[in-house]
Design a protein around this ligand. Structure first.
Ligand SMILES: [Zn+2]
Length: 118
């Protein structure tokens, strides 16, 4: 019989899993450690933050380790104006019009709020 790992699902409480049922996760951007599993009871994907030591123990037990990093887009310069609450209101109004898609196509990239400068 293989290793049994007990984890907690927010819906079902304690559940028992095999090593193949979990994935250990290490973020190379900020060294955050976590693990995830699909609950055998309710099928919800559960992800929990944990310590590096727990990840090491899981991996030494045979759990797959997956390394990930923040998306590279986060490091790109953003020179435009920040998206403001008024932009959300304007977008909501635009999307409530029945011709929103035709207006989007007609406006091209300018629909996204590109300002005219000069
Ligand atoms: Zn569950």
């Amino acid at each position: 019989m293989g290793t049994t790992i007990r984890a907690t699902c927010p819906n079902c409480g304690d559940v028992e899993l095999g090593v193949a049922d979990l994935t250990a996760l290490l973020c190379s951007t900020n060294d955050a450690a976590s693990y995830s599993f699909r609950c055998p009871g309710c099928m919800v994907l559960v992800t929990k933050s944990t310590g590096r030591r727990v990840v090491d123990v899981l991996v030494s037990s045979g759990v797959e380790l997956r390394r990930w990093r923040f998306p590279a887009e986060l490091e790109e310069p953003h020179n435009g104006q920040a998206f403001a609450p008024a932009d959300v209101v304007a977008l909501r109004e635009d999307l409530s019009r029945s011709d929103w898609y035709a207006r989007l196509v007609a406006a091209g990239s300018g629909f996204a709020g590109d300002s005219e400068e000069g």
